[in-house]
Design a protein around this ligand. Structure first.
Ligand SMILES: O=C(O)CCC(=O)C(=O)O
Ligand SMILES: [Mn+2]
Length: 213
């Protein structure tokens, strides 16, 4: 389905590109700190904070059901199933559709869904995982935008003793592509430091099952 043309953008037209490659074996990662101009990042943070129907949802882990240590919202064209949970999509808002177009232009990729995570403070976190659900395909391209408090984001290789660390600042763009999800896990650890809110958006391309494969 084609996107409807945007009459007016929510964002400053700065024509940026995401091309700062990070040297990581068996991974394709690009990183652009302060990708969004501060005024755009500020406005996006305020609007998403206020207008998103944030939910705290349970997750199955090792046979137990616990609440996820963050709030989330799922938007786009398809439902998403992970760790025993199926998220039904909310319809694209003009703001998210506009941001998607910006991210697509900067990363030369296409996305049909976005996961929003709200980390209320330093005790909200995301544990070690790969984004390797079958609907994402074998080499998913995932574009991650961060807003609000800067948080540490870690990668660890699944075979080698290698780690990488990024400080995901307000307005930054991190792109994970190629074999990244095959060979590396990532996490957003807890912190005891006093920490404000952070919103993260991960744009993804999902190919839903047809049930006939
Ligand atoms: O909040 C982040 O930066 C990471 C989020 C993440 O890894 C995910 O939603 O799969
Ligand atoms: Mn992830």
């Amino acid at each position: 389905m084609m996107d409807s043309p945007q009459q007016q953008s929510f964002f400053t037209d700065v024509g940026f590109d995401c091309h700062q490659a990070v040297a990581m074996p068996q991974a394709t990662v690009q990183w652009q700190p302060s990708w969004l101009p501060t005024a755009d990042a500020d406005s996006l943070l305020t609007q998403l904070h206020q207008h998103t129907p944030w939910q705290q949802l349970p997750i199955s882990m090792f046979g137990r059901t616990v609440m996820q240590p963050r709030l989330l919202a799922w938007y786009g064209d398809h439902s998403y199933t992970y760790s025993g949970l199926t998220l039904q999509p909310l319809p694209w808002t003009p703001l998210l559709r506009d941001l998607k177009a910006r991210v697509e232009a900067a990363t030369h990729s296409r996305f049909n869904t976005v996961l929003l995570n709200l980390y209320r403070d330093g005790s909200d976190y995301m544990g070690w995982h790969k984004d390797d659900e079958p609907e994402l395909g074998s080499h998913p391209t995932i574009a991650s935008i961060s807003l609000g408090a800067s948080r540490r984001f870690l990668f660890r290789h699944t075979q080698r003793k290698e780690k990488r660390e990024f400080l995901l600042d307000h307005g930054s763009l991190l792109l994970m592509a190629g074999e990244t999800q095959t060979h590396w896990q990532h996490a957003l650890p807890k912190t005891q430091k006093p920490m404000g809110e952070r919103i993260n958006l991960t744009f993804r391309w999902l190919t839903p099952f047809t049930g006939s494969e």
